[in-house]
Design a protein around this ligand. Structure first.
Ligand SMILES: NC(=O)c1ccc[n+]([C@@H]2O[C@H](COP(=O)([O-])OP(=O)(O)OC[C@H]3O[C@@H](n4cnc5c(N)ncnc54)[C@H](OP(=O)(O)O)[C@@H]3O)[C@@H](O)[C@H]2O)c1
Length: 268
């Protein structure tokens, strides 16, 4: 029987299979990551709070790609949920962690609800640290694997009106850069994906109006294609364009440009 996978897909399976965990798989980039991984022949653990969306995605994946799935309903801001995610996946041969779940808020920090900002810190940073620590250890023992940490173009300077969100992404970016070097000797690939605006549920939750925005499918495939090749990938055309246009500015200048950008996105 002919193998239905390409050479690249088989190499991907060998390096990052048999199972991948995708956090934030119910919508947006995470959903597209899960689909793209299933297409490459990996079984996928789908993690988010909205279990009905995960169940529907699981059915689609099993029907279209003939791989296995596991659905885990978890609020990643809770340590107990992280512990049970780790336990539920202990018997699976996990080779890839896509730490994608996250959200943003907008507006001046002093007007924000502090509990929401603390929760964002827990989802965007603490959960990602706990999972990177656990699966980083597992992957280094098995001498193969990959970790994708979802950063943002916001990670590279302060961002007025999204100050805490940008700070969480600076944490993610910095963590990825360090782990990239630490885990390389064990054959484990770590990279940060730093997209620009994407057309997802993110804008509703952060109450921002997106102008030009990339499709989450592009972000997922560019990110997965770059795994093992660089420390940071700027997926999609917009992220690259924004990188080049901001590159020559000093850091304080980038902060000012970001102030204008977020002001525009908040006026709706
Ligand atoms: N959209 C953009 O413009 C943009 C740009 C750069 C970077 N990013 C980053 O890309 C990642 C994906 O965002 P997206 O654009 O795909 O947004 P999205 O469509 O809103 O998806 C966010 C995902 O995160 C999950 N999530 C949120 N809070 C959670 C929690 N407490 N516990 C478990 N899961 C949780 C959501 O699932 P449930 O609600 O079902 O729990 C959802 O699946 C995020 O880290 C974001 O910061 C986005």
């Amino acid at each position: 029987m002919m193998n239905k996978y390409t050479k690249q897909q088989i190499a991907f399976q060998k390096k990052y299979g048999d199972w991948a965990i995708v956090t934030g798989a119910s919508e947006g980039v995470g959903r597209e990551m899960a689909l793209s991984l299933a297409e490459r022949g990996l079984n996928v653990v789908l993690v988010a709070r909205r279990v009905e969306l995960l169940e529907r995605l699981s059915e689609t994946i099993k029907k279209e790609f003939n791989v296995q799935t596991m659905v885990i309903s978890a609020d990643l801001s809770e340590i107990s949920a992280l512990k049970s995610l780790v336990q539920s996946t202990s018997a699976l041969n996990i080779g890839l962690l896509i730490a994608n779940a996250g959200y943003g808020t907008s507006g001046p920090l002093i007007n924000a609800d502090l509990q929401t900002e603390l929760n964002m810190l827990d989802v965007n940073c603490r959960a990602l640290l706990v999972l990177s620590h656990h699966y980083g250890k597992r992957f280094s023992t098995q001498k193969k694997g990959g970790i994708v940490l979802m950063s943002s173009i916001m990670a590279f300077q302060g961002v007025p009106n999204m100050a805490n969100y940008a700070a969480t992404k600076a944490y993610v970016q910095t963590l990825a850069e360090g782990l990239h070097i630490e885990l390389a000797p064990y054959g484990v690939d770590v990279h940060a994906s730093a997209p620009g605006p994407i057309n997802t549920g993110f804008s509703t939750r952060s109450n921002l109006k997106m102008g030009a925005a990339a499709h989450p499918k592009t972000i997922a495939s560019d990110t997965l294609n770059a795994l093992g090749k660089s420390t940071t990938v700027r997926p999609g055309f917009l992220a690259k364009l924004l990188e080049y246009s901001l590159k020559l500015l000093p850091r304080w200048g980038r902060v000012r440009v970001m102030q204008l950008v977020t002001k525009g996105m908040m006026s709706h």
